[in-house]
Design a protein around this ligand. Structure first.
Ligand SMILES: C[S@@+](CC[C@H](N)C(=O)[O-])C[C@H]1O[C@@H](n2cnc3c(N)ncnc32)[C@H](O)[C@@H]1O
Length: 303
């Protein structure tokens, strides 16, 4: 008989600490001088409990300390977001007016969105993290332009029903970001969420998700910084439990009804966005998949 796993941090009703960690990286990056920063999230500081660095050099020192211990994470956290925001900008230029963030955490894409067209942002997250985010925004007297959809991806509740109940239009295309989440979900909840998403979004919609290499989850990775991070997040109650590879990540997208259009690894993100002297390393144990919803099967939902 296998022992029951202890409840995760979220199951205990406590907001995600890993969402806080990614916000801390974004807040520090925003202090770095314009030529070297990787993202520029000017609202991330609202969500951090540690005061952000005061100067560009302090910010670089802080991020490089973390990068030295856990190479690859800073690049992944900041650059998957940069890539996502580029994807959103391109889609909005092409006429898309709905953006969905799954496991949004302390994402501030909507707060920083400056497009001239009205775009609806839907943020789906575990109620514990979403509550913490909304409390922070209220304390800062900021009105969020976002439609908040509380949902636990492991609860069996329908993503489609929840989004539709909150005003999401299943006939209009959208862009979906699912960043920093798949590796925290049991594999069956991950596949079920992807299938539910495919059942929700109109053909042509794009989803971007990232994944952690299987070797980090099973402890065989040669990236020691990734393995120590895996131990730390597990101790905090947010273990990495679902690993993929470039191949299985693409297969998971296809099985759900999406066709991959681009796959990138951390080192490719750094090459694309890091400039000539990137301040972080590109240890390569994570990847991104961008995939397009294919036509729905005749007779399927929405036909
Ligand atoms: C590492 S954070 C990433 C947050 C944000 N996307 C980012 O990139 O900064 C993981 C997020 O996944 C959410 N999450 C984890 N497990 C979840 C679940 N079972 N249901 C809903 N959200 C979940 C957490 O609440 C948290 O916001």
């Amino acid at each position: 008989m296998t022992a029951a796993l202890p409840p995760t941090r979220l199951q205990s009703g406590t907001s995600s600490e890993t969402a806080h960690l990614t916000a801390r990286a974004r807040a520090a990056d925003a202090v770095i001088e314009p030529g070297r920063r990787l993202l520029g999230d000017t609202f991330a500081h609202l969500f951090v409990t540690v005061p952000p660095p005061a100067t560009s050099q302090e910010a670089l020192d802080r991020l490089q300390l973390l990068d030295g211990a856990h190479g690859g994470f800073i690049a992944e956290i900041l650059l998957r977001q940069r890539y996502f925001e580029d994807l959103v900008a391109l889609a909005v230029d092409a006429g898309v007016r709905q953006v969905v963030l799954l496991g949004a955490g302390y994402d501030t894409t909507a707060l920083r969105f400056t497009g001239s067209e009205p775009v609806r942002f839907f943020e789906v997250d575990h109620p514990a993290t979403q509550r913490a985010k909304l409390e922070t925004l209220a304390a800062a007297e900021l009105t969020s332009p976002v439609v908040s959809v509380p949902l636990d991806f492991t609860s069996g509740a329908s993503l489609r029903e929840e989004l539709v109940a909150h005003g999401f239009d299943t006939e209009e295309p959208c862009v979906v970001g699912w960043l920093g989440v798949t590796f925290f979900l049991p594999p069956e909840a991950c596949s079920a969420t992807l299938a539910d998403l495919a059942d929700t979004v109109a053909p042509g919609s794009l989803v971007l998700f990232d994944y952690m290499d299987e070797s980090v989850v099973d402890g065989t990775s040669s990236y020691q910084g990734a393995l120590t991070m895996a131990r730390q997040v597990a101790e905090q109650g947010e273990p990495y439990i679902n690993g993929l590879t470039p191949l299985t990540a693409a297969e998971a997208a296809r099985a759900a009804g999406f066709e991959p259009v681009e796959q990138l690894r951390v080192n490719q993100l750094v090459r694309r966005y890091g400039g000539t002297d990137p301040y972080c390393s590109d240890d390569d144990f994570m990847g991104l998949v961008t995939a397009r919803r294919t036509e729905r099967e005749p007779g399927g939902r929405g036909e």
